[in-house]
Design a protein around this ligand. Sequence first.
Ligand code: KIV
Ligand code: ZN
Length: 509
Amino acid sequence: MDQKKQEKVIIFDTTLRDGEQAPGASMNQSEKLDIAYALEKMGVDIIEAGFPVISPGDFDSVKMVAKHIKNSTVCGLARCVPKDIDAAYEALKDARRARIHVFIASSRIHMEYKLKKNPEEVLAMAIDSVKRARGKIEDIEFSAEDATRSEKDFLYKLIEEAIKSGARTVNIPDTVGYIMPAEYGQLIQGIINNVPNINKAVVSVHCHNDLGLGVANSLSAIKNGARQVECTINGIGERAGNASMEEIIMALRTRADYYGCGTNIETKEICRISRLVSKYTGFAVAPNKAIVGLNAFRHEAGIHQDGVLKERTTYEIMRPEDVGFFETGLILGKHSGRHAFKERLKILGVELKDEELNKAFERFKNVADKKKEVYDEDLIAIVEDEVKVFDKVWTLAKLSSKTATNTKPKVEAVLKAKGKVYKKTGTGDGPVDACYKAIESIVKMKGELLDYSIHSVTHGQDALGEVTIKVKLNGKTIVAHGTSTDILEASAKAYINAINKLLALEIAK
Ligand code: KIV
Ligand code: ZN
């Protein structure tokens, strides 16, 4: 398809707002900023950074993203009440490009039971709020929450009045993931045909995935005239999540012949940001997840492998490199030098400062000693494990464990902090429990382990294992990771990383 003839679809990312509303997905400020930078780098048009009135933490995150992001518009969410709009403005006022996103529910069920307001009151609140926001900032988006279960005539009127009051984007959310793709397409067409001033605004869509239709619904809306799509990386979000950005972008690109629309997104950044979001939220990406799953480009059946070797397009509709997907390839071993290590990281899009490179290289040598073959995924895991944005207070020096049938496992942990060495032994229900008890008695903290998972970074018996934990420490929920060829060591590292993260947060206060 001729790129010039394509109409542009605006990509509005809400990973940091609706995505973070997924139970257990909370991220700290530096993680949010990392994600915002990655979204900006990939060319996302609008980054919804949070809901400023909801908590001081959300307010500060939006303010911080607004201060640092220059190329994307930064957006803050607000209900149709003055204090929300004022908080959104305060958080956004330093942004180079800012948008306030105001919303109010328009379905009978939400108006009656949640808002306890009649339609006239809701209409008045929407008008006042859009005007108030527009008095502060040019770029205003209005959302009719639960639009897909709203009475059409009321929805048309609400949208018309929001546009008259100054909204330049009108969003039609499928808040509860209820609508079907063809029906949603008709709803969008109905809005375009029945709202008299619709040509003054961009029609936006925002789909939830309760029936697994978030992406299909978004695409159907685009086919029928919507020109902004709200989505999240890896599809994270409330309940079953939001429509997944990577799937929408690649559908538009792969089937440009059908949609006639394109985006500004640099698709080669997709896998990197997917991995980042998964790491910070602790939400693993399923191997069969479209576009970013580990198996998304792997061919197992002999007939398929044979076909791909003869002609790639027999079984591949997208090129893995176009989404930044790198296939596991044997690349480095224990004889590889610093230069090769640095060059390979560069190819993987990782550039490190000298000091970071030293740390990562030292760890690489240790891993290469234990593991003959070091794959790209191992390298990424090593870098993510070793190179942190904060200084590590505690490091693991040694672990030794004793386990036998019918006896409680015992683990001795040796940790270092500020040049001093600390040693303690713990017993527990299993080796990981014993290890965590030993660590806790050294650092003098008690944590509540909320979630623990392990996956192998690459394959084979000597694969690096990555442990991800979610732990409550001093009232804060922290997600942390640790990698090693030894599971107990990976578990210990994850716990120590969580403790270091907590200390970094407390120091930053
Ligand atoms: O799902 C929804 O309706 C929302 C709105 C606030 C846009 O997230
Ligand atoms: Zn939503």
